[in-house]
Design a binder for this molecule. Structure first.
Ligand code: LRH
Length: 466
């Protein structure tokens, strides 16, 4: 076996990237090709994604990847979960809504009026999040016009290949996938007022979706297959967490901090429901038993507000260094307070949760944010241990948050467990691993894939109390 090259498209809530991945025996690496900011845009009917711009960035990035590495053999796409585009006769019906759009509150009330939350949990295994796709569908004025709904990675794959499928890991975040069966729960969809015709054929991660259409192939410069990876970004990230045993927890930390453990069977108990622990599908039928903690969103939105105030960019490394140097005790707030979920005005909304006077310097304010995120992480790790009956001895922290030493150390201190930080690009690596496996570049089980990550991406260790 030799080293093979693939292209990974990885779209987070604040930025997207295209990378070249190389994979083979003892080899797993990434070459960044393009990185582009994106985010919410306010339109007359609510908060959306600028999807046309996103699509252009993806195609341009892929073209550049192929220019740099003509031996690329396939393309894989992952993104944040839950959001979708609606199609009618193959055409996109407007811009996809952003999951932070306010209309979802109405969807929640209406769906719970038909199906109580406890029953939803029994069927779909998901924690309550106001933006789970089924609530969004219910409050989408275009739903009745549509014939197909595609989640963001599936929508991009459709635009690239003309083939419509629903990749299973991301499909599990819609709330319409049976937690045990892994199949669409059409009876639930009907009761929730969602036409089952919208739901496309399910495929597992590793399936070839199709080949680029001639038009797209001409733009990209090669006729390549698109492979369905574990297309929910968190699912891809957890593929690349070098979990060595059942005593390891993970935190996939970007905009969100997804905190939990991997299971082979669901834990659908009253306690798990009350603690708001979810069962999202992983690659190879695993479950991510986790809780969503608001992550670096609090920091990125705060910095965005300060930059607007200053009319100048802020250097994050310096800000974090100043926050690390703060020696006074800072107050901790509830990172998951619902008042913090919409974009805009973050410093004021955080200050409203803090004892007055709020920290007077930006450094202390940032320290308060980081300590609050770490406190919520530590609590979620302990809850995951209790609910799953496991004794945990380490936390793997992957994603952009792994670059944040202050956050990693605070998480170790507050949890009392060592934090093994990295890989930073776990999501893109997970994307590459599933494509590599589909190409036959690497052997088999998730454990084999994770052993390759462990061998190529040693973590940085943060001991508690160090
Ligand atoms: C992280 C993530 C998370 C979802 C949220 C919508 O990017 O996919 O797993 O809960 O975005």
């Amino acid at each position: 076996t030799r080293v093979r090259a693939v292209a990974a498209v990885d779209l987070g809530a604040t930025s997207g990237r295209v990378m070249i991945g190389r994979i083979g025996p003892g080899v797993l690496d990434l070459e960044p090709v393009s990185r582009f900011p994106h985010g919410a845009v306010e339109r007359a009917d609510g908060l959306h994604w600028d999807f046309a711009a996103l699509y252009e960035h993806v195609v341009d990035g892929l073209a550049e990847a192929v220019r740099r590495e003509p031996s690329i053999e396939s393309i894989g796409i992952d993104s944040w979960a839950v959001d979708y585009g609606l199609l009618r006769d193959g055409e996109l019906l407007g811009e996809p809504f952003h999951y932070r759009d306010r209309r979802t509150a109405r969807g929640v009330a209406e769906v719970h009026g038909e199906v109580p939350f406890a029953e939803l949990y029994e069927r779909n295994g998901l924690q309550f999040l106001p933006f789970t796709t089924l609530y969004q569908f219910r409050a989408d004025p275009r739903l009745t016009e549509a014939d197909t709904a595609l989640l963001i990675p599936d929508l991009l794959a459709y635009l690239l290949t003309g083939r419509r499928v629903a990749e299973r890991t991301n499909a599990s975040t819609t709330g319409l996938l049976g937690v045990r069966s892994g199949e669409w729960d059409t009876e639930l969809a009907v009761r929730a007022g969602i036409p089952p015709r919208l739901l496309p054929e399910l495929v597992d991660a590793g399936t070839v979706v199709g080949t680029l259409t001639p038009r797209v192939a001409a733009r990209i410069g090669a006729s390549l297959p698109v492979v369905a990876v574990a297309s929910h970004d968190t699912a891809s990230a957890v593929v690349a967490v070098p979990l060595e045993s059942s005593s390891s927890a993970f935190i996939s930390c970007g905009t969100w901090g997804l905190v939990g453990v991997e299971l082979r069977a669901p834990v659908l108990t009253d306690d798990a429901r009350e603690a708001n622990f979810t069962h999202e599908r992983g690659a190879d039928g695993r479950y991510r038993f986790l809780h969503n903690v608001t992550g670096l969103w609090l920091l990125s939105e705060t910095v965005r507000a300060w930059e607007a105030e200053d009319g100048a960019p802020i250097a994050l490394p310096e800000l974090l260094a100043a926050a690390s140097a703060v020696t006074d005790q800072v107050p901790v707030f509830d990172a998951n307070d619902p008042s913090l979920s919409a974009p805009g005005d973050m410093p004021a909304r955080i200050a409203a949760l803090l004892p007055q006077p709020a920290p007077s310097t930006r450094a202390a304010f940032v320290r308060s944010i980081i300590e609050s995120i770490a406190a919520a992480f530590a609590e979620a790790v302990h809850t995951a241990a209790e609910l799953s009956g496991r004794s945990l001895d380490r936390i793997h922290l992957v994603g952009g948050g792994a670059l944040n030493d202050l956050l990693c150390q605070a998480t170790a201190d507050r949890s009392g467990l060592p934090v093994l930080a990295g890989p930073v690009e776990a999501t893109a690596l997970g994307n590459v691993l599933i494509q590599g496996r589909a190409l036959g570049a690497t052997r088999g089980t998730l454990e084999d894939l994770r052993a390759l990550v462990a061998a190529t991406h040693p973590p940085k260790v943060f001991a508690p109390g160090a």
